[in-house]
Design a protein around this ligand. Sequence first.
Ligand SMILES: NC(=O)c1ccc[n+]([C@@H]2O[C@H](COP(=O)([O-])OP(=O)(O)OC[C@H]3O[C@@H](n4cnc5c(N)ncnc54)[C@H](O)[C@@H]3O)[C@@H](O)[C@H]2O)c1
Ligand SMILES: [Zn+2]
Length: 372
Amino acid sequence: MIDPLRVRIALGDRSHDVLVGRGALSAAAGEIAAIARTREVAVIADEHVDDLHGAQLTRSWESAGVRTGTIRIPRGESAKALGIVESVCRTLAARRHEREDLVVGFGGGAATDTAAFVSAVFLRGVPYVAVPTSLLGMVDAAIGGKSAVDLPEGKNLVGAIRQPRLVVADLAFLDTLPVREIRAGFAEMIKIAWIADAKLFTELEETSGEVLDEVARDPSIVARCVALKGGIVARDELEQGERAVLNFGHTWGHAIETEARGALLHGECVALGMVAAVFCSAELGQCPRSELERLVRFLERVGLPTHRAEIDVDAVSTRMLSDKKRRHGGTRAVLTAGVGSVSVADHVSEDAVRRAVTFLRREGTRCDLSLE
Ligand SMILES: NC(=O)c1ccc[n+]([C@@H]2O[C@H](COP(=O)([O-])OP(=O)(O)OC[C@H]3O[C@@H](n4cnc5c(N)ncnc54)[C@H](O)[C@@H]3O)[C@@H](O)[C@H]2O)c1
Ligand SMILES: [Zn+2]
């Protein structure tokens, strides 16, 4: 077995490693046994992921001498509810889970968000390890310590920051992940490269052949994305400044996602949101138009959406303008000067927001269309 790559997230006494590679799950068994000092491990698992890979997790870790007990939660986003948190906490209480016993989140971003939140609140905090099984979870959701569940009023409204003791990103899990989900995770990789590493963006762009197969499962590329996000989190864990740039593509993306009511995946909305953000930046004279063309060309090549005729311009714009990111009379958005350079703008005008949403409704992939 090849040793997994190890990325250190430097957060003082909350520093921890992220293991990345095929076989990382088995390779982590010894470390899990060391973290689980009481030997008791509660695995909070997405039920679909548990069906596919649960036995493998139990087998590899029990051989290192820990006892695992699995608590299954619903598949995907429906796990992110306070009712599920309550039922998981009650199961932990009934099993007499103690303060030193380990909680593991096992599944995509929805399962790790829920499990991390449980680990933050049960007994006021128990040790936590994330085992993300989706590409989006590996490069984004399980990195950085944000945990949250949803309310009927909106996504991620109840949460906590809780750093894991270890993150185990075993790329073999991706073998069963549908290609549409791989693409959605890849959108977040494109996002982090655009924000923080122009060289990585160019490398991804210049990959010949089937980009997704070649790079999305390449441990060194996944590890570089983890390190980029981890570096930003290490400098601004509580999002008092720099961490907000991770919202690149999300200002428009979240509004599009809510209005699409389940028709689009999060990563697909981030792709559309990045197109809107780059268009807006170009319109405001902050970014060359060629950068917009470059982004659209690359997203098209990997099969991510760059336009969508069904977008309701009024509904999306209104949602953005009333969103929590609205500040001091303008909308807060992450704009860009081009690959490798992003910044938070506090006063993006209503007109600029609307024009970018309107741009997404264009037909075809051309970027030189006038809006009038
Ligand atoms: N905490 C953060 O910083 C952060 C960052 C980004 C996203 N998120 C959250 O992450 C969630 C999205 O994560 P996601 O895209 O992983 O979605 P998800 O967790 O809903 O998983 C997507 C689907 O893939 C399935 N799946 C997962 N792994 C699989 C595998 N190996 N094989 C087959 N099927 C598999 C799941 O059962 C689910 O149906 C959102 O709730 C979002 O808010 C959190
Ligand atoms: Zn995202």
